[in-house]
Design a binder for this molecule. Structure first.
Ligand code: NAD
Length: 395
């Protein structure tokens, strides 16, 4: 029987927890034992008593929790523990399983330590975006939360209503929202802005999203980039050529100028976020308008964005919020817990580890196993390790 440990997240500002009581109860029914560090779920609305009622035991602190766990389920990457006197990568038991957003690009040393210590690590951000893995896609879950919250933040940041209002004081025109990038976060920002009554336009380099944008009641801004090749097989966009980028910016400039709110979500995996809005475009906007740059954590889609800060240029505010999912810890944790437990059920079907490295999902997210590093910081297979003879490429 596999013993799961759920620690209290120690990253600054982190409020989420890897398992919620509802999911704990389901895992226990499957045959797992679950231990939760005291206070781990409090910021997400779940006290220790709720976990106990679901069948979990409560660990008094991180050292006890980690020492007893065959599988540690976390939200964030391992960090130096403030009170346990050790790094979390050293607290995980040798040979154990660790699952979470491992941020390999900024956790190189930790990943090396975990590999050395024979820990099997699964990075939630590398779960492939394929149909079979949809219920494990935590990036999409967190982007859903973040896209929703981004629209709400933008709505409260402008000095206008979102909806059209017919009042005794006359008609109030609806706000105009322009969403750049209609992936998971963008579609949720569109849907939320529409629900609040704004007039919404959206742009994406992948023409495939046009119908989805329209079905949400928004207008799709079209740019003919001769772009059949722009949507990668993995469901992500590809980088644009210099000429395509130039034409894209011209089109964007026209629409940005007329918007009260611009929400940007454009990204290409493993790259810096593309700059779509120049400072000049910001200056051309009406005073009081707002840009909410969701790509702030990967450099920003707006030239003026400062990650985690609000910048003001000519009366236009540029917001670069980070970790929006942590501002809605209850639902973010619930969604994350369902995703992480779906992955756990795949790798430990009878509550015992049975890692199938030929499985596309496992191969896509297993960063370390059997003492070796399998994926690089961008999630690409390390030649000679992760590319096993029988492995099917890509797909
Ligand atoms: P996604 O891959 O589903 O969507 C990104 C979209 O951007 C895709 O539809 C893609 O086609 C589009 N795109 C790429 N290049 C473009 C370009 N040059 N012009 C227009 N569109 C372009 O990703 P997602 O899950 O929706 O995440 C979107 C962004 O939001 C990412 O940068 C992600 O890091 C960020 N995010 C931020 C927070 C936060 O708290 N700030 C939370 C979640 C996600």
């Amino acid at each position: 029987m596999m013993r799961i440990g759920v620690p209290l997240e120690i990253a600054s500002g982190e409020t989420r927890v890897a398992l919620v009581p509802e999911v704990v109860a389901r895992l226990i029914k499957t045959g797992f034992a679950v231990s939760v560090e005291t206070h781990a779920g409090e910021r997400a609305g779940h006290g220790d008593e709720a976990y106990t009622a679901a069948g979990a035991t409560i660990a008094a602190g991180a050292p006890e929790l980690y020492a007893a766990a065959d599988a540690v389920l976390k939200v964030r990457e391992p960090l130096p523990h403030p009170s346990a006197g050790a790094h979390e990568d050293a607290l995980v038991r040798e040979g154990a399983l660790l699952v979470g957003f491992l941020a390999p690009a900024r956790s190189e040393a930790s990943i090396a330590t975990l590999a050395e210590r024979n820990v099997t690590t699964l990075a939630m951000e590398f779960v492939p975006r394929i149909t079979r893995a949809q219920n494990m896609d935590a990036l999409s879950s967190m982007s859903t939360v973040a896209g929703y919250k981004a629209a709400l933040l933008a709505a409260t940041a402008i000095g206008k209503f979102f909806p059209l209002l017919m009042t005794a004081a006359g008609t109030i025109a609806p706000a105009r929202v322009f969403v750049l990038g209609a992936g998971v976060a963008g579609l949720q920002a569109i849907a939320t802005s529409r629900r609040l009554g704004a007039v919404v336009e959206a742009f994406d380099v992948r023409p495939a999203v046009r119908d989805e944008v329209r079905s949400l009641g928004a207008t799709f801004v079209q740019l003919d980039l001769n772009d059949a090749a722009l949507a990668g097989e993995d469901g992500y966009a590809k980088e644009l050529s210099a000429d395509q980028e130039h034409r894209e910016r011209e089109l964007i400039a026209q629409h940005v100028r007329g918007a009260d709110v611009v929400i940007t979500t454009a990204m290409v995996p493993g790259r810096r976020a593309p700059i779509l809005i120049t400072t000049e475009m910001v200056r051309a906007m009406r005073r009081g308008s707002v840009i909410l740059d969701m790509a702030a954590d990967t450099g920003g889609n707006c030239e003026a964005t400062k990650p985690g800060e609000t910048v003001e240029i000519g009366g236009v505010r540029v917001l670069g919020p980070l970790n929006l999912a942590a501002t809605m810890p209850e639902h973010a944790s619930q969604m994350y817990a369902r995703n992480v437990s779906a992955l756990l059920n795949l790798v430990a079907p009878q509550a015992a580890l049975a890692l199938d490295l030929e499985d596309e999902i496992v191969r896509g997210c297993c960063v370390t196993h059997a003492g070796r590093r399998r994926l690089d910081a961008a999630g690409k297979p390390i030649p000679g390790v992760a590319e096993t003879a029988g492995a099917k490429a890509g797909a």
